[in-house]
Design a binder for this molecule. Structure first.
Ligand SMILES: [Zn+2]
Length: 649
């Protein structure tokens, strides 16, 4: 039963956590706050119009480490929570307010340095907004809000929704932002600073970009695809972008890559870059030849505007609703903008990232309510593994039914909270079949299938065994495809229903090679036991995933012949395969392998392949590569990232 709990994740003393139970709904929140950038202080008044869900005697708000100056009713504050005492009958509506002051240690961050303009920004997720405003700080209560932020000139304050008023207050200015949609409290955000503002229109939606003054020049390299991404998601999900505006605010010293506050995503300034970083060897734009691109980050946060903001996980146990989807939709944008091979390689790479966490740290079910801090479930299981599970579901249902399921789920739960069961039912309706088996295997159990596949030459026989350890589902049910290419040139695709521990497949005649799950439709780890020449032949296959399988076999083999074959794969038409070949050669690390890498470097033009080659040369740790890497470091025409990789190596 280990697979139900996982391995090395939850400690024995952990107790199950459940969504918070609220005794009231918030009809509307209104706040008027003054933020003092120099003092690092926020003060003001927050008002709540609430409606009692049951008879109650107090409205309880979270509010950490603040000073409550005054409140609408008799109240008590203990440093963590504010109770406003008021007797209410079920269904009754009342307004309460609190005046407060705080010097937030979390939730709101002040960036101050000698030679730059000050800046402040907030980061609510998971539950930190209550360090700067009294609020019911839990994802499963949604309400609209209007927030007025007063700050000294010339700084501007950005927040959620639309700017409805700017008031001149002498040396200060007040900005009023109105969000009319009910949203979870962690999505409330403000950013204050000396920003340059850029604007464009994307089919009726106002796109805004706020960049620290002086850094607006590079905006196009980061943001040029924003409108295209928005249009694509709207079309794919069958639901237009749900709000009237989308701002991306670039801030300094951000603690994450990005945060999907509704209509106002915050992004790290690390994502700003120049033309040379984007397209080191070609003109901008250079689809498929980028060295660095902000697209994954922009697509991820944009995807959250639907998955996370419009529909929100009802508690952190179901964070997959937010993060698996955002990570998966990133890959969908890759598919749309760069093609199917790049998409599959991204899904494959996501699987490897998850596998790294699984192998080196822990295994847990994607959905688990056994955790101590919400941050613990924001991991490679929720993001990367979740994205591969959704990809597997898409392969199983077909794109059309999958999209119907997404649309049904979004339509049904918009402006509400949902969990993985709600998601299952939407996909069951859309796909016309029961999916409990799928959910149990992939969302509610730890681990993944491990398929050991070996070839018995004497009898032209394949043996497929499920060999996952006991931290994974004991016996997976999976529809598996098998591509067989025979020596006479015939090609066949066999469908195998994997539902036993071991399956034997006899082939009619001698195969040149075979490839398991050629289109990488399924989440699984694969251990191939096949002859070297079979792997060599598989390197010529049309499927990216088959060529990667071949590279894995050659890497383990490590012989001179394997190095020869891998050297050829360094020139593969797809850069992901070439990068995998480079890593394999770096891992083998023989003199032949190093020579092959140095030679390929000369004629490979894709910057990310070159990066992989340089990284592999570093990993090989051979004297022969040192001088070569030194030249790369000092070549100003070379890509920043290739040089940085060479310097690290
Ligand atoms: Zn995310």
């Amino acid at each position: 039963m280990k697979y139900l709990l996982g391995r090395d994740f939850a400690f024995p003393e952990y107790l199950p956590r459940f969504p918070r139970l609220f005794k009231f709904d918030v009809i509307k929140m209104e706040a008027e706050l003054e933020v003092d950038l120099d003092a690092g202080e926020v003060s003001g008044v927050v008002r709540y119009r609430v409606k009692a869900r049951e008879d109650l005697r107090s409205i309880d708000l979270d509010g950490a480490e603040m000073e409550i100056v005054d409140a609408s009713h008799e109240h008590r504050y203990d440093g963590q929570a504010l109770s406003i005492y008021i007797n209410m009958a079920r269904g009754q509506e009342v307004e309460v307010w609190a005046r407060y002051r705080a010097r937030p240690r979390k939730g709101m961050y002040f960036v101050r340095s000698r030679n730059r303009a000050p800046m402040a920004w907030t980061q609510g997720e998971s539950e930190d907004n209550h360090y700067w405003i009294p609020i019911p700080d839990s994802p499963n209560i949604k309400f609209p809000w209007t927030i007025t932020v007063i700050t000294k000139k010339p700084y501007i304050a950005v927040s959620n929704g639309v700017l409805t008023a700017r008031r001149d207050l002498g040396d200060r200015e007040a900005f009023t932002w109105d969000l009319k949609h009910p949203m979870s409290p962690y999505l409330l955000a403000i950013a204050i600073g000396d920003f340059e503002r850029l604007e464009e229109n994307c089919e009726g939606v106002v796109l805004e970009y706020y960049l620290p003054r002086g850094r607006g020049d590079g905006a196009k390299y980061s943001f040029h695809n924003t409108c295209e991404i928005m249009k694509f998601f709207s079309q794919y999900l069958g639901m237009p972008y749900p709000y009237e505006r989308y701002a991306q605010v670039v801030v300094e010293e951000f603690i994450y890559g990005g945060m999907e506050n509704t209509t106002m995503t915050t992004l790290t300034d690390w994502t700003l870059h120049d033309k040379h970083a984007h397209c080191p060897y070609s003109e901008f734009p250079c689809p498929g030849l980028e060295d660095f691109s902000s697209d994954p980050l922009i697509a991820h946060e944009m995807a959250h505007q639907w998955f996370g903001d419009l529909v929100t996980a009802k508690d952190w146990a179901h964070i997959s609703i937010n993060e698996s989807f955002a990570t998966f939709l990133e890959a969908l944008w890759t598919e749309r903008s760069l093609g199917r091979d790049e998409y599959l390689y991204e899904i494959y790479s996501n699987f490897k990232l998850y596998l790294n966490e699984y192998n080196n740290r822990y295994a847990r079910p994607i959905v688990t309510n056994l955790y101590a801090l919400p941050e613990e479930v924001f991991d490679r299981h929720a993001y990367e593994k979740g994205s591969v599970v959704l990809h597997t579901l898409r392969s199983l249902l077909g794109d059309e039914a999958f999209r119907r399921g997404l649309n049904l789920f979004l339509s049904r739960y918009k402006y509400k909270n949902a969990d993985l069961e709600d998601l299952r039912k939407a996909f069951e309706e859309a796909g016309g079949r029961d999916l409990e088996w799928f959910w149990r295997q992939f969302f509610y159990s730890a681990g993944h299938p491990v398929l050991k596949v070996s070839y018995r030459g004497e009898q032209a026989r394949l043996v497929i065994e499920q060999a996952q350890p006991d931290d994974s589902f004991p016996l997976y049910t999976l529809p598996l495809e098998l591509e067989v290419v025979y020596k006479d040139g015939e090609r066949a695709v066999k469908r195998v229903d994997l539902n036993e521990r071991r399956i034997d497949i006899s082939l009619e005649k001698e195969p040149k090679y075979f490839c398991v799950d050629p289109e990488f439709k399924l989440l699984k780890a694969l251990e191939l036991n096949i002859p070297l020449e079979m792997a060599g032949a598989m390197l010529e296959d049309g499927h990216v995933y088959c060529r990667i399988q071949a590279i894995d076999v050659l890497k383990k083999n490590g012989s001179r012949r394997a190095v020869e074959l891998l050297a050829k794969a360094l020139r593969d038409g797809f850069r992901g395969v070439a990068a995998e070949a480079a890593r394999a050669l770096g891992n083998i690390g023989t003199l032949d392998a190093v020579r092959a890498l140095m030679e390929a470097y000369r004629d490979v033009k894709n910057p990310r392949t070159r990066r992989a080659i340089v990284e592999a040369l570093g990993a090989a740790r051979r004297r022969e590569a040192a001088e070569f890497l030194d030249r790369v470091v000092h070549d100003p025409a070379e890509s920043y990232y290739v040089r940085a990789e060479a310097a690290r190596s």
